[in-house]
Design a protein around this ligand. Structure first.
Ligand code: HEM
Length: 522
């Protein structure tokens, strides 16, 4: 049974540096008050006076619609609470023997295209059919992508434990709107109950999303045991926004304590985190919320020969490629080939969300946009456009009005259906700097009549085309689709199977031995 909000006195004490008395203020209607120092998505740190509403009505137009998700509470545990319903390893592994894998696959495959009014599936806004495949893919990637290779034998993070349901992971900026994905999967969890753990469900749902959309998946093994709280993720970083607002004693280590800028980088551009943080914290090459890579990439100095003042931005893909390698190779243990396969395959389905122009609205200024739409774990946090600020009426903040990262558009012409649009156009087209409606720096085809004119690339994507080693792999994949499919399926398998307790990709199979090669689809 979930430990419920009412039991505030029983809140866990894992919160570091946070005045415990402050946690009494957590409320479903949102009650944060005071001043907090939080970095926005561009990496700047702003002292923003946060929202002062303490009596927000549940039906306010900018209220997160948590109440519309029938099983939302199962997927996201509020505050610092724990979930004492998780099963022991022995019980779960015994239950797994009864799991009907085909039925689970079919249930998720049906859910993928069953667009819900409270969180409409993407696709139609890009001329495709509704699908949650992209959303579930990102969910699985962000859950598994916390994996860090500490040295050759020790690892930490990964999806086993499903700590994304809890603080601190559920309030990292990078995970914005993944509470909705877990909310949608709550119905599957409710139906299959103790026969499937959250960690298996999240990784399997991402895999089903790829497979059922026509993409490659070779094998999947079950057995990831859930944890009852998120404290093992504290070493990856804490943003502290939901629980620490307004309390001077609350600390957030979102910013990197030891950092650098590239010599070619603009001195006012956001900084990069050194591999070893002063406090021993493990994270990626940017601040905590962005545990992977900063998608906008570094902005060039105006004195750099490649700098062009006429462009709307001067983000530099070549430098971004170095950040991709730093995160994927050095911190996560991926080869360059696996990195290209993963990013290309990951960014074949789905889209980025930021089709929301806040200019001229009250949301453009602090505290709303000052904190960005990136923190979503507290229902009714009133933190900006994700909570219904964009769009009007019943569509506010939903579907085409969704803002997650602030970038906008699909990578491919069929974001709900597996395709080979990621590499070839990236290599063949000329890409020019542009801005999303939300104001983020991204790229579009220079030829505005191109077949790919409605697709976008992030600077980090273009890093693959700008780096000699990555480019050679991308060229190979653009020509050989079977090779790309096979390499992506292998890399995806490794992604969702490595975790701290099972650091090698075959550990779970050896330990539990319950796998499927999707033979029931033949
Ligand atoms: C350089 C590394 C990467 C960066 C900077 C990056 C960045 C992003 C950003 C900014 C979004 C938009 C989120 C939103 O607005 O909804 C996104 C979406 C997505 N990413 Fe990545 N990503 C990276 C690597 C990956 C990898 C390795 C995978 C999977 C293997 C992946 C899978 C996805 C998927 C499926 C989506 C679509 C989400 C949806 O449709 O709702 N990404 N990524």
């Amino acid at each position: 049974m979930l430990v419920l909000l009412a039991g505030m006195a029983a809140l866990m004490t894992v919160m570091q540096g946070c005045d415990q008395s402050k946690t009494d203020e957590v409320s479903v209607a949102g009650s944060a008050t005071g001043t907090t120092k939080a970095p926005n998505f561009r990496g700047n740190t702003s002292n923003s006076s946060s929202e002062t509403s303490t009596t927000t009505s549940v039906k306010d137009s900018n209220q997160m619609r948590a109440d519309d998700f029938p099983f939302y509470q199962m997927g996201t545990i509020p505050g610092l609470q724990s979930d004492d319903s998780v099963l022991s390893k022995e019980t779960y592994h015994r239950n797994l023997k009864q799991l009907d894998i085909e039925q689970l696959y079919l249930y998720i495959a049906r859910l993928l295209t069953d667009s819900k009014a409270h969180w409409p599936a993407d696709g139609p806004q890009d001329g495709d059919t509704p699908s949650y495949a992209g959303l579930f893919g990102r969910l699985a990637w962000h859950c598994a992508g916390t994996f860090r290779l500490v040295n050759d034998t020790n690892a930490t993070g990964g999806c086993e434990g499903a700590r994304q349901r809890y603080w601190p992971e559920n309030e990292w900026r990078d995970n914005v709107n993944l509470d909705k994905a877990r909310g949608l999967l709550g119905e599957v969890k409710h139906y299959f109950a103790g026969s499937i753990s959250w960690a298996d469900l999240i990784t399997f749902a991402g895999t089903v999303g790829i497979k059922a959309s026509g993409g490659p998946a070779k094998k999947f093994c079950f057995g990831r045991v859930d944890e009852s709280d998120g404290k093992r993720s504290v070493e990856l970083g804490v943003e502290g926004t939901n629980e620490c607002n307004g309390d001077a004693s609350c600390t957030s280590d979102a910013e990197c304590k030891t950092y650098f800028r590239w010599p070619e980088q603009n001195e006012t551009d956001h900084v990069r985190c050194n591999l070893s943080q002063a406090d021993g914290r493990l994270q990626a090459s940017h601040s905590v919320g962005l545990i992977y890579v900063y998608p906008e990439g570094p902005e060039l100095k105006s004195t750099h020969p490649a700098y062009n003042p006429k462009l709307v931005h001067n983000r530099y893909p070549k430098l971004s490629a170095l950040e991709v390698r730093d995160t994927f190779k050095t911190r996560m243990g991926w080869t360059d080939r696996e990195t290209v396969a993963l990013i290309g395959g990951g960014h074949t389905l789905g889209r980025v969300h930021g089709n929301c122009d806040l200019q001229g609205t009250k949301w453009a200024s602090k505290p709303y946009n000052g904190e960005g739409p990136y923190f979503e774990a507290a229902p009714g946090s009133l933190r900006g456009p994700t909570d219904g600020t964009c769009g009007a009426g019943s569509e506010a903040g939903l579907g085409r009005n969704t803002v997650s990262s602030g970038f906008e558009g699909p990578w491919t012409r069929t974001p709900s259906r597996w395709n080979y649009d990621f590499f070839a156009p990236m290599l063949d087209e000329e890409w020019e700097p542009t801005k999303s409606p939300f104001g983020n720096d991204q790229w579009r085809t220079k030829n505005r009549s191109s077949l790919f004119a409605n697709t976008q690339r992030l600077t980090s994507d273009l890093g693959i085309a700008s780096d000699d080693i990555y480019r050679a792999v991308a060229t190979d994949y653009a020509k050989d689709h079977a090779k790309f499919d096979s390499d992506f399926a292998d890399a995806w398998f490794k992604l969702v199977h490595r975790s701290a307790d099972h650091p090698h990709q075959d550990d779970l199979e050896k330990d539990v031995g319950i796998c499927t090669e999707f033979e029931f689809l033949n």
